[in-house]
Design a protein around this ligand. Structure first.
Ligand SMILES: [Fe+2]
Ligand SMILES: [Fe+2]
Length: 243
C-alpha cells in the first residue's frame, strides 16, 4: 500500500474494492449484458459509430471535469499535471472523432456533444456529493473533484479492458482502444497519487466514505445503461439504416 507523506497508510479504497452480495451480483449482470451489447453493436457500422460516439462524449466530459469550478485554485504542481492530463483527454477525443468520421459518422467538435440523460443525472448526483463533502477536507472541493475523477477513470479502464478482451487484437479498433486504455490506467495512478498527497491522515475516513458514495451512485445506473446499450445494439443491427 502506498504511504502518505507523513508515513500514514492511505485507505486501500483508492483501489476499487472487491464487491460482495448484491453489488457483486449487479456487477456480474452489468458485465454480461455489456458483453452482449458490444457483440450487437459491432454487428453493424451504425452500432460501431454509436460506441465511438459514447467514448467521444466520455472524453469530452473528462475535459469539462478537468476545467470544473470545483477544482478552485490548485497548487502549481497540480496545475502542470492537470495540463498534461487535459492534453491526453483532448487527444483521445480527437482519436475517437477521427475513427467516427472514418466510419461515416459526424463528430461534432469541440465539446458540443451531450451525454445521455442517465449520465447527466449521475454527474448531477456526483456534484451534489462533492458540495456536501468539500468542507471535510483541508484542500476543500479539490478532493471530491479528484475522488470523482479517480472513480470515473477506474470505471473507464474497466469498460475499455472488457472491450479490448472481447474484440481481440486483430480487430481494427483494437490499437485505438488499447492505446487509450494505457493512458487511462496512467490517469488512475495520477488521481491516486494526487489524493495521497493532498488528503491528511485525519481525513482518510471521510475520503473512504466519499469513495463509497461515489461508487454506489455509479453502480446504481449500471444495469439500466447496460440494458439501453444492448437494446440500441439490437435495433441498429436489425435496422442498420438508422443513424
Ligand atoms: Fe481519456
Ligand atoms: Fe482519463
Amino acid at each position: 500500500m502506498r504511504l502518505h507523506a507523513d508515513g500514514w497508510p492511505l485507505p486501500a479504497r483508492l483501489t476499487a474494492p472487491p464487491l460482495r452480495g448484491l453489488p457483486a451480483m449487479q456487477a456480474r449482470w452489468v458485465d454480461g449484458i455489456k458483453r452482449a451489447a458490444l457483440r450487437q453493436l459491432h454487428a453493424s457500422v451504425a452500432g460501431e459509430r454509436l460506441l465511438l460516439r459514447i467514448y467521444l462524449i466520455g472524453e469530452e466530459s473528462s475535459e469539462i471535469a478537468l476545467q470544473s469550478d470545483l477544482l478552485g485554485q490548485p497548487p502549481a504542481w497540480l496545475v502542470r499535471q492537470m495540463g498534461k492530463h487535459l492534453a491526453d483527454e483532448r487527444r483521445h477525443a480527437s482519436l475517437f472523432a477521427a475513427a467516427l468520421t472514418a466510419r461515416g459518422g459526424i463528430a461534432p467538435m469541440p465539446l458540443s456533444a451531450r451525454p445521455d440523460a442517465l449520465t447527466l443525472r449521475k454527474i448531477a448526483q456526483w456534484r451534489t456529493l462533492a458540495h456536501r463533502y468539500g468542507t471535510n477536507f483541508s484542500a476543500g472541493h479539490l478532493i471530491p473533484a479528484f475522488a470523482i475523477g479517480l472513480c470515473a477513470e477506474q470505471t473507464f479502464t474497466r469498460v475499455l479492458r472488457r472491450h479490448c478482451a472481447l474484440i481481440g487484437t486483430v480487430h481494427p479498433l483494437y490499437p485505438l482502444l488499447v492505446g487509450v486504455l494505457n493512458d487511462e490506467d496512467r490517469h488512475v495512478r495520477l488521481c491516486q497519487h494526487t489524493l495521497a498527497r493532498l488528503v491528511q491522515p485525519s481525513e482518510h475516513g471521510s475520503l473512504a466514505s466519499l469513495l463509497d458514495e461515489i461508487r454506489a451512485i455509479d453502480r446504481a445506473w449500471g444495469v439500466s445503461s447496460a440494458l439501453i446499450m444492448y437494446l440500441a445494439g439490437v435495433a441498429l443491427r436489425l435496422w442498420p439504416a438508422r443513424p
